[in-house]
Design a protein around this ligand. Structure first.
Ligand code: S3P
Length: 191
């Protein structure tokens, strides 16, 4: 099995915080796809959206994700992919090529939260989140709308962990347990 733990899910579901805990616990490197593409573009996500447009952002996102899944990430000796925890942006899984690349490289774990919890968490950072500014709609309406659009994409994850009412440490525990359970099943299938 490709030993990657991939965290995805809507904005403000705790992906980055949980990924950091899980990577530390496993002793694996952490790859944050947004951080990589921001470094490559030399500007923050909001500036990429406003200056270059969403299609350019999605192109960079696809590029970064396909590199993560590529053969160069394999160990020169055993040819297996090096283990890593990968944290993606909230829209990454919507793209079919991203989904295929990610599912081939590891176990996809989606973090979720109720819309009102997401609204509370993003209230102060809405301006840094271009997808929530689209249409100049009330925050809760925009969140519900985007969640509805993406429901099918998130449902393709191997497992979903609801983060609404638990701490990041508890989320990390559940993520690790799911990873071990699903990873072991995949290992058995590919043995
Ligand atoms: C996006 C989520 C953001 C970032 C970009 C687009 C989305 O990442 O990739 O603003 O489409 O949901 P986070 O989910 O880490 O906020």
């Amino acid at each position: 099995m490709a030993p990657r733990l991939i965290l995805t899910g809507f904005m403000a579901t705790g992906k980055s915080a949980v990924a950091a805990i899980v990577a530390r616990r496993l002793g694996w490197p952490l790859i944050d796809t947004d951080q990589r593409l921001v470094a490559r573009a030399g500007k923050p996500v909001a500036a990429i959206f406003s200056e270059d447009g969403e299609p350019h952002f999605r192109r960079l996102e696809r590029e970064v994700i396909s590199e993560i899944a590529c053969d160069r990430c394999r160990c020169a000796l055993c040819k297996r992919q090096r283990p890593a925890v990968v944290s993606t942006g909230g829209g990454a899984l919507v793209d079919e090529a991203n989904y295929r690349a990610l599912s081939a490289t590891g176990v996809i774990i989606c973090l979720s939260a109720r819309p009102e919890v997401i609204a509370r968490r993003v209230e102060k950072s809405r301006t840094e989140r271009p997808k929530l500014l689209e249409g100049a709609k009330p925050l809760s309406e925009r969140i519900e709308e985007l969640l509805a659009e993406r429901r099918g994409a998130y449902a393709r994850a191997d497992v979903t962990v609801d983060t609404s009412d638990i701490t990041v440490e508890e989320v990390a525990e559940r993520v690790l347990a799911a990873f071990v359970r699903l990873g072991a099943r995949r290992c058995a299938r590919s043995a």
